[in-house]
Design a protein around this ligand. Sequence first.
Ligand SMILES: NC(=O)c1ccc[n+]([C@@H]2O[C@H](COP(=O)([O-])OP(=O)(O)OC[C@H]3O[C@@H](n4cnc5c(N)ncnc54)[C@H](O)[C@@H]3O)[C@@H](O)[C@H]2O)c1
Length: 374
Amino acid sequence: MKKKIKLGFVGLGFIGTLHATACFAMPLIFKSLPYEVRLGKVCKNNIQDIPHFFEGGVKTVEELLQDNDLNAVDICTPNYLHYGQAIKVIEKGLNLYLEKPIGLNGNEAYEIMKAANDRGIINQAALMYRFMPAVNQARDMINNGEIGEILNFKAMMLHSGYLDPKRPMSWKMRFNTSGGGAVIDLGIHLIDSIRFMLGEVKSLKAESKTYFKSRPKSNGSDVYEDVDVDDWTMAYLVMQNGAWGTMETSRISANLEEETRFLIYGTKGSIVVSTKQPRYASLYKKQENQFVMGKYNKKSEFSKYLDTIYPEEKYSLGWMVDMHMASLTNYFLNITEGKIIFKETPTFEEAYKSQTIIDKILQSVNDNSKEIEI
Ligand SMILES: NC(=O)c1ccc[n+]([C@@H]2O[C@H](COP(=O)([O-])OP(=O)(O)OC[C@H]3O[C@@H](n4cnc5c(N)ncnc54)[C@H](O)[C@@H]3O)[C@@H](O)[C@H]2O)c1
Protein backbone atom coordinates (compact mmCIF):
# COMPACT_ATOMS: atom_id res chain seq x y z
CA MET A 1 0.00 0.00 0.00
CA LYS A 2 1.31 3.39 -0.94
CA LYS A 3 1.79 6.00 1.77
CA LYS A 4 -0.82 8.75 1.38
CA ILE A 5 0.66 12.21 1.69
CA LYS A 6 -1.60 15.25 1.64
CA LEU A 7 0.46 18.39 1.05
CA GLY A 8 -0.70 21.90 1.90
CA PHE A 9 1.01 24.85 0.20
CA VAL A 10 1.80 28.19 1.82
CA GLY A 11 2.74 30.63 -0.96
CA LEU A 12 2.39 29.87 -4.66
CA GLY A 13 4.48 32.58 -6.36
CA PHE A 14 7.55 31.92 -8.48
CA ILE A 15 9.07 29.02 -6.58
CA GLY A 16 5.80 27.57 -5.28
CA THR A 17 4.81 27.17 -8.93
CA LEU A 18 7.98 25.18 -9.63
CA HIS A 19 7.41 23.00 -6.53
CA ALA A 20 3.84 22.30 -7.61
CA THR A 21 4.99 21.51 -11.17
CA ALA A 22 7.50 19.04 -9.71
CA CYS A 23 4.83 17.39 -7.51
CA PHE A 24 2.52 17.06 -10.47
CA ALA A 25 5.10 15.61 -12.84
CA MET A 26 6.69 13.27 -10.26
CA PRO A 27 4.30 10.27 -10.58
CA LEU A 28 4.25 10.64 -14.37
CA ILE A 29 8.03 10.37 -14.54
CA PHE A 30 8.64 7.92 -11.67
CA LYS A 31 6.05 5.17 -12.00
CA SER A 32 6.69 3.13 -8.85
CA LEU A 33 6.96 5.65 -6.04
CA PRO A 34 6.01 4.20 -2.65
CA TYR A 35 3.79 7.23 -1.91
CA GLU A 36 0.96 9.24 -3.43
CA VAL A 37 0.89 13.00 -2.99
CA ARG A 38 -2.46 14.77 -3.02
CA LEU A 39 -2.37 18.56 -3.21
CA GLY A 40 -4.49 20.14 -0.48
CA LYS A 41 -5.39 23.79 -0.10
CA VAL A 42 -3.11 26.71 -0.91
CA CYS A 43 -2.64 29.56 1.54
CA LYS A 44 -1.72 32.83 -0.14
CA ASN A 45 -2.72 36.47 -0.50
CA ASN A 46 -4.84 36.35 -3.61
CA ILE A 47 -6.97 33.22 -3.71
CA GLN A 48 -8.93 34.05 -6.87
CA ASP A 49 -6.48 32.23 -9.14
CA ILE A 50 -5.93 28.84 -7.47
CA PRO A 51 -5.56 26.11 -10.15
CA HIS A 52 -8.29 23.45 -10.10
CA PHE A 53 -6.05 20.57 -9.00
CA PHE A 54 -5.65 22.13 -5.53
CA GLU A 55 -8.53 21.82 -3.08
CA GLY A 56 -8.97 25.59 -3.04
CA GLY A 57 -7.49 28.63 -1.36
CA VAL A 58 -7.30 30.07 2.14
CA LYS A 59 -5.77 33.29 3.39
CA THR A 60 -4.20 32.20 6.66
CA VAL A 61 -2.02 29.34 7.84
CA GLU A 62 -4.51 28.74 10.70
CA GLU A 63 -7.25 28.02 8.14
CA LEU A 64 -4.95 25.72 6.18
CA LEU A 65 -4.10 23.78 9.34
CA GLN A 66 -7.78 23.14 10.07
CA ASP A 67 -7.57 20.33 7.50
CA ASN A 68 -6.94 17.28 9.70
CA ASP A 69 -6.02 15.11 6.68
CA LEU A 70 -2.87 17.14 6.01
CA ASN A 71 0.37 15.42 6.93
CA ALA A 72 2.85 17.67 5.12
CA VAL A 73 3.24 21.36 4.34
CA ASP A 74 5.42 23.20 1.83
CA ILE A 75 6.19 26.85 2.69
CA CYS A 76 7.18 29.06 -0.27
CA THR A 77 6.55 32.56 1.10
CA PRO A 78 8.80 35.63 1.48
CA ASN A 79 11.62 35.07 3.98
CA TYR A 80 10.18 37.26 6.75
CA LEU A 81 7.09 35.05 6.97
CA HIS A 82 8.95 31.73 7.32
CA TYR A 83 9.49 31.84 11.08
CA GLY A 84 5.90 32.50 12.16
CA GLN A 85 4.40 30.15 9.57
CA ALA A 86 6.92 27.35 10.16
CA ILE A 87 6.42 27.37 13.93
CA LYS A 88 2.64 27.03 13.49
CA VAL A 89 3.06 24.05 11.16
CA ILE A 90 5.63 22.41 13.45
CA GLU A 91 3.45 22.93 16.55
CA LYS A 92 0.69 21.07 14.75
CA GLY A 93 3.18 18.19 14.31
CA LEU A 94 3.12 18.27 10.49
CA ASN A 95 6.14 17.42 8.34
CA LEU A 96 7.60 20.55 6.81
CA TYR A 97 9.42 21.46 3.61
CA LEU A 98 10.60 25.06 3.85
CA GLU A 99 12.14 27.32 1.26
CA LYS A 100 15.56 28.83 1.82
CA PRO A 101 16.75 30.75 3.76
CA ILE A 102 14.70 29.02 6.45
CA GLY A 103 14.78 32.15 8.62
CA LEU A 104 15.60 35.83 8.24
CA ASN A 105 18.82 35.14 10.14
CA GLY A 106 20.63 32.45 12.09
CA ASN A 107 18.59 33.06 15.26
CA GLU A 108 15.31 32.39 13.48
CA ALA A 109 16.82 29.41 11.68
CA TYR A 110 17.98 28.01 15.03
CA GLU A 111 14.51 28.36 16.60
CA ILE A 112 12.88 26.67 13.60
CA MET A 113 15.44 23.83 13.67
CA LYS A 114 15.04 23.33 17.42
CA ALA A 115 11.23 23.32 17.26
CA ALA A 116 11.30 20.78 14.39
CA ASN A 117 13.77 18.51 16.18
CA ASP A 118 11.87 18.74 19.49
CA ARG A 119 8.62 17.82 17.73
CA GLY A 120 10.34 15.04 15.73
CA ILE A 121 8.84 16.03 12.37
CA ILE A 122 10.46 15.19 9.02
CA ASN A 123 11.97 18.48 7.89
CA GLN A 124 13.85 19.65 4.84
CA ALA A 125 14.97 22.96 3.39
CA ALA A 126 14.86 23.60 -0.37
CA LEU A 127 18.67 23.70 -0.64
CA MET A 128 18.30 21.69 -3.77
CA TYR A 129 21.83 22.03 -5.16
CA ARG A 130 22.49 18.97 -2.98
CA PHE A 131 20.35 17.15 -5.53
CA MET A 132 22.24 18.34 -8.61
CA PRO A 133 23.99 15.32 -10.14
CA ALA A 134 27.06 17.37 -11.17
CA VAL A 135 27.51 18.65 -7.59
CA ASN A 136 27.40 15.05 -6.34
CA GLN A 137 29.83 13.86 -9.01
CA ALA A 138 32.22 16.59 -7.92
CA ARG A 139 31.75 15.64 -4.27
CA ASP A 140 32.49 11.97 -5.10
CA MET A 141 35.55 12.92 -7.18
CA ILE A 142 36.89 15.08 -4.34
CA ASN A 143 36.27 12.36 -1.74
CA ASN A 144 37.92 9.78 -4.02
CA GLY A 145 41.06 11.94 -4.25
CA GLU A 146 40.80 12.49 -8.03
CA ILE A 147 42.25 16.02 -7.79
CA GLY A 148 44.46 15.42 -4.75
CA GLU A 149 44.45 17.85 -1.89
CA ILE A 150 42.03 20.74 -2.39
CA LEU A 151 43.86 24.05 -2.76
CA ASN A 152 41.40 26.72 -3.81
CA PHE A 153 37.96 27.26 -5.31
CA LYS A 154 35.55 29.80 -6.78
CA ALA A 155 31.77 29.60 -6.40
CA MET A 156 29.66 31.99 -8.46
CA MET A 157 25.98 32.70 -8.87
CA LEU A 158 25.74 35.65 -11.22
CA HIS A 159 22.29 36.91 -12.12
CA SER A 160 21.29 39.96 -14.14
CA GLY A 161 17.67 40.56 -13.11
CA TYR A 162 18.34 43.72 -11.11
CA LEU A 163 20.17 45.61 -13.89
CA ASP A 164 16.90 47.28 -14.85
CA PRO A 165 16.88 50.52 -12.80
CA LYS A 166 13.10 50.67 -13.13
CA ARG A 167 12.63 47.29 -11.47
CA PRO A 168 10.41 48.20 -8.53
CA MET A 169 11.01 47.50 -4.85
CA SER A 170 9.98 44.10 -3.58
CA TRP A 171 10.29 42.13 -0.37
CA LYS A 172 13.63 40.81 -1.68
CA MET A 173 15.10 44.35 -1.70
CA ARG A 174 14.20 45.29 1.88
CA PHE A 175 16.46 43.98 4.63
CA ASN A 176 13.65 43.58 7.14
CA THR A 177 11.68 41.29 4.81
CA SER A 178 14.57 39.42 3.15
CA GLY A 179 17.50 39.38 5.60
CA GLY A 180 19.84 40.55 2.82
CA GLY A 181 20.11 40.85 -0.97
CA ALA A 182 22.13 38.60 -3.28
CA VAL A 183 24.14 37.46 -0.28
CA ILE A 184 21.25 35.63 1.33
CA ASP A 185 19.05 34.88 -1.66
CA LEU A 186 21.80 33.33 -3.78
CA GLY A 187 24.61 33.04 -1.26
CA ILE A 188 22.82 30.50 0.92
CA HIS A 189 22.84 28.06 -2.04
CA LEU A 190 26.55 28.61 -2.66
CA ILE A 191 27.54 28.31 0.99
CA ASP A 192 25.47 25.17 1.41
CA SER A 193 26.99 23.64 -1.75
CA ILE A 194 30.52 24.57 -0.65
CA ARG A 195 29.90 22.95 2.76
CA PHE A 196 28.40 19.91 1.01
CA MET A 197 31.41 19.42 -1.28
CA LEU A 198 34.32 20.78 0.77
CA GLY A 199 33.40 20.65 4.46
CA GLU A 200 33.09 23.38 7.07
CA VAL A 201 34.20 27.00 6.88
CA LYS A 202 36.90 28.10 9.35
CA SER A 203 37.06 31.85 8.75
CA LEU A 204 35.91 34.47 6.26
CA LYS A 205 35.84 38.09 5.22
CA ALA A 206 33.44 39.76 2.80
CA GLU A 207 32.53 42.86 0.81
CA SER A 208 29.22 44.01 -0.71
CA LYS A 209 28.03 46.64 -3.18
CA THR A 210 24.65 48.19 -3.77
CA TYR A 211 24.86 49.73 -7.23
CA PHE A 212 21.18 50.71 -7.54
CA LYS A 213 20.71 52.66 -4.34
CA SER A 214 17.02 53.43 -4.81
CA ARG A 215 14.13 51.84 -6.67
CA PRO A 216 10.57 52.85 -7.69
CA LYS A 217 8.23 52.09 -4.78
CA SER A 218 5.99 50.12 -7.13
CA ASN A 219 5.77 49.35 -10.84
CA GLY A 220 5.89 52.61 -12.85
CA SER A 221 6.01 54.83 -9.76
CA ASP A 222 8.01 58.09 -9.72
CA VAL A 223 8.46 57.79 -5.98
CA TYR A 224 11.73 56.11 -5.10
CA GLU A 225 12.66 54.14 -1.98
CA ASP A 226 16.19 53.52 -0.67
CA VAL A 227 17.54 50.01 -1.11
CA ASP A 228 19.20 48.62 2.02
CA VAL A 229 20.44 45.27 0.68
CA ASP A 230 23.38 44.30 -1.55
CA ASP A 231 23.29 43.77 -5.34
CA TRP A 232 26.65 41.99 -5.20
CA THR A 233 28.67 40.27 -2.50
CA MET A 234 32.04 38.56 -2.54
CA ALA A 235 33.25 36.48 0.40
CA TYR A 236 36.72 35.08 0.86
CA LEU A 237 36.53 31.78 2.73
CA VAL A 238 39.09 29.61 4.48
CA MET A 239 37.96 26.04 5.07
CA GLN A 240 38.74 23.77 8.00
CA ASN A 241 40.59 21.42 5.61
CA GLY A 242 42.98 24.25 4.67
CA ALA A 243 41.44 25.06 1.29
CA TRP A 244 40.60 28.66 0.50
CA GLY A 245 38.44 30.36 -2.09
CA THR A 246 35.75 32.85 -2.98
CA MET A 247 31.99 32.99 -3.20
CA GLU A 248 30.52 35.67 -5.50
CA THR A 249 26.81 36.42 -5.73
CA SER A 250 25.33 39.02 -8.02
CA ARG A 251 22.04 40.27 -9.37
CA ILE A 252 23.75 42.80 -11.64
CA SER A 253 25.98 40.69 -13.89
CA ALA A 254 24.85 40.84 -17.50
CA ASN A 255 25.07 37.30 -18.81
CA LEU A 256 23.12 35.78 -21.66
CA GLU A 257 22.07 32.94 -19.34
CA GLU A 258 22.13 32.83 -15.56
CA GLU A 259 24.70 30.31 -14.47
CA THR A 260 25.80 28.82 -11.18
CA ARG A 261 29.41 27.71 -11.39
CA PHE A 262 31.96 26.05 -9.11
CA LEU A 263 35.67 25.74 -9.95
CA ILE A 264 37.67 23.56 -7.59
CA TYR A 265 41.46 23.26 -7.87
CA GLY A 266 43.54 20.54 -6.24
CA THR A 267 47.18 19.42 -6.28
CA LYS A 268 46.45 16.88 -9.06
CA GLY A 269 43.76 18.56 -11.14
CA SER A 270 40.56 20.53 -11.19
CA ILE A 271 36.78 20.12 -11.33
CA VAL A 272 34.18 22.40 -12.88
CA VAL A 273 30.46 22.26 -12.07
CA SER A 274 28.01 24.40 -14.00
CA THR A 275 24.25 24.58 -14.29
CA LYS A 276 24.88 24.54 -18.06
CA GLN A 277 25.77 20.85 -17.58
CA PRO A 278 23.73 19.90 -14.49
CA ARG A 279 24.25 16.14 -14.93
CA TYR A 280 28.03 16.04 -15.19
CA ALA A 281 31.01 17.67 -13.54
CA SER A 282 34.12 17.99 -15.68
CA LEU A 283 37.38 16.62 -14.35
CA TYR A 284 40.84 17.65 -15.52
CA LYS A 285 43.76 15.45 -14.38
CA LYS A 286 47.02 17.34 -14.65
CA GLN A 287 49.53 14.44 -14.67
CA GLU A 288 47.63 12.56 -17.37
CA ASN A 289 46.74 15.85 -19.15
CA GLN A 290 43.28 14.30 -19.42
CA PHE A 291 39.87 15.97 -19.48
CA VAL A 292 36.91 13.75 -18.55
CA MET A 293 33.22 14.50 -18.65
CA GLY A 294 30.33 12.05 -18.47
CA LYS A 295 29.53 9.01 -16.37
CA TYR A 296 31.59 8.53 -13.22
CA ASN A 297 31.38 5.12 -11.63
CA LYS A 298 32.98 5.52 -8.19
CA LYS A 299 29.73 6.75 -6.66
CA SER A 300 28.72 7.35 -3.08
CA GLU A 301 25.50 5.68 -1.89
CA PHE A 302 23.81 9.08 -2.08
CA SER A 303 24.85 9.53 -5.73
CA LYS A 304 23.49 6.08 -6.57
CA TYR A 305 20.24 7.02 -4.85
CA LEU A 306 20.13 10.37 -6.69
CA ASP A 307 20.19 8.47 -9.99
CA THR A 308 16.83 6.98 -8.98
CA ILE A 309 15.12 10.28 -8.09
CA TYR A 310 16.55 12.80 -10.62
CA PRO A 311 14.57 12.86 -13.91
CA GLU A 312 16.25 11.29 -16.92
CA GLU A 313 17.24 13.67 -19.72
CA LYS A 314 14.23 12.72 -21.87
CA TYR A 315 11.85 13.81 -19.09
CA SER A 316 13.79 16.90 -18.03
CA LEU A 317 11.69 19.94 -17.18
CA GLY A 318 14.82 22.10 -16.98
CA TRP A 319 17.45 21.88 -14.25
CA MET A 320 15.56 24.06 -11.76
CA VAL A 321 12.43 21.88 -11.73
CA ASP A 322 14.54 18.71 -12.00
CA MET A 323 16.52 19.62 -8.87
CA HIS A 324 13.40 20.66 -6.98
CA MET A 325 11.72 17.41 -8.03
CA ALA A 326 14.59 15.29 -6.70
CA SER A 327 14.66 17.36 -3.50
CA LEU A 328 10.90 17.02 -2.94
CA THR A 329 11.04 13.30 -3.77
CA ASN A 330 13.64 12.91 -1.02
CA TYR A 331 11.30 14.72 1.40
CA PHE A 332 8.36 12.46 0.51
CA LEU A 333 10.51 9.30 0.74
CA ASN A 334 11.68 10.41 4.20
CA ILE A 335 8.05 10.94 5.24
CA THR A 336 7.19 7.48 3.87
CA GLU A 337 10.02 5.88 5.88
CA GLY A 338 9.36 8.08 8.93
CA LYS A 339 13.03 9.05 9.15
CA ILE A 340 15.81 10.97 7.38
CA ILE A 341 17.25 8.22 5.19
CA PHE A 342 20.37 9.99 3.92
CA LYS A 343 22.55 12.26 6.05
CA GLU A 344 23.08 14.37 2.89
CA THR A 345 19.46 15.60 3.23
CA PRO A 346 19.39 19.39 3.75
CA THR A 347 17.55 19.20 7.06
CA PHE A 348 16.83 22.38 9.01
CA GLU A 349 19.98 21.62 10.98
CA GLU A 350 22.06 21.81 7.79
CA ALA A 351 20.14 24.91 6.66
CA TYR A 352 20.82 26.52 10.04
CA LYS A 353 24.56 25.77 9.76
CA SER A 354 24.69 27.35 6.30
CA GLN A 355 22.74 30.36 7.51
CA THR A 356 25.17 31.02 10.36
CA ILE A 357 27.86 31.49 7.67
CA ILE A 358 25.65 34.05 5.89
CA ASP A 359 25.25 35.87 9.24
CA LYS A 360 29.06 36.03 9.54
CA ILE A 361 29.41 37.30 5.97
CA LEU A 362 26.95 40.11 6.76
CA GLN A 363 28.84 40.82 9.99
CA SER A 364 32.13 41.10 8.08
CA VAL A 365 30.56 43.38 5.43
CA ASN A 366 29.23 45.66 8.17
CA ASP A 367 32.62 45.72 9.88
CA ASN A 368 34.80 46.88 6.95
CA SER A 369 35.52 43.37 5.66
CA LYS A 370 36.94 42.26 9.00
CA GLU A 371 38.15 38.66 9.11
CA ILE A 372 35.83 36.53 11.24
CA GLU A 373 36.53 33.13 12.78
CA ILE A 374 33.52 30.79 12.69
N1 LIG B 1 15.26 27.32 -3.88
C1 LIG B 1 15.09 28.10 -4.92
O1 LIG B 1 15.49 27.77 -6.02
C2 LIG B 1 14.34 29.40 -4.76
C3 LIG B 1 14.14 30.24 -5.87
C4 LIG B 1 13.38 31.39 -5.68
C5 LIG B 1 12.86 31.71 -4.43
N2 LIG B 1 13.12 30.89 -3.38
C6 LIG B 1 12.60 31.19 -2.04
O2 LIG B 1 11.19 30.94 -2.05
C7 LIG B 1 10.51 31.88 -1.22
C8 LIG B 1 9.46 32.61 -2.05
O3 LIG B 1 10.10 33.27 -3.12
P1 LIG B 1 9.33 33.58 -4.49
O4 LIG B 1 10.35 34.10 -5.42
O5 LIG B 1 8.48 32.45 -4.89
O6 LIG B 1 8.40 34.80 -3.98
P2 LIG B 1 7.09 35.37 -4.66
O7 LIG B 1 6.97 36.77 -4.20
O8 LIG B 1 7.07 35.07 -6.14
O9 LIG B 1 5.89 34.49 -4.03
C9 LIG B 1 5.53 34.61 -2.68
C10 LIG B 1 4.20 33.89 -2.44
O10 LIG B 1 3.87 34.05 -1.05
C11 LIG B 1 2.52 34.49 -0.95
N3 LIG B 1 2.34 35.28 0.27
C12 LIG B 1 2.79 36.54 0.53
N4 LIG B 1 2.38 36.93 1.76
C13 LIG B 1 1.71 35.88 2.29
C14 LIG B 1 1.06 35.65 3.54
N5 LIG B 1 1.04 36.59 4.50
N6 LIG B 1 0.50 34.44 3.73
C15 LIG B 1 0.50 33.49 2.79
N7 LIG B 1 1.09 33.67 1.58
C16 LIG B 1 1.68 34.83 1.34
C17 LIG B 1 2.25 35.30 -2.20
O11 LIG B 1 0.85 35.36 -2.45
C18 LIG B 1 3.01 34.45 -3.24
O12 LIG B 1 2.18 33.38 -3.64
C19 LIG B 1 11.60 32.78 -0.63
O13 LIG B 1 11.97 32.30 0.62
C20 LIG B 1 12.75 32.63 -1.62
O14 LIG B 1 14.02 32.84 -1.01
C21 LIG B 1 13.83 29.75 -3.54
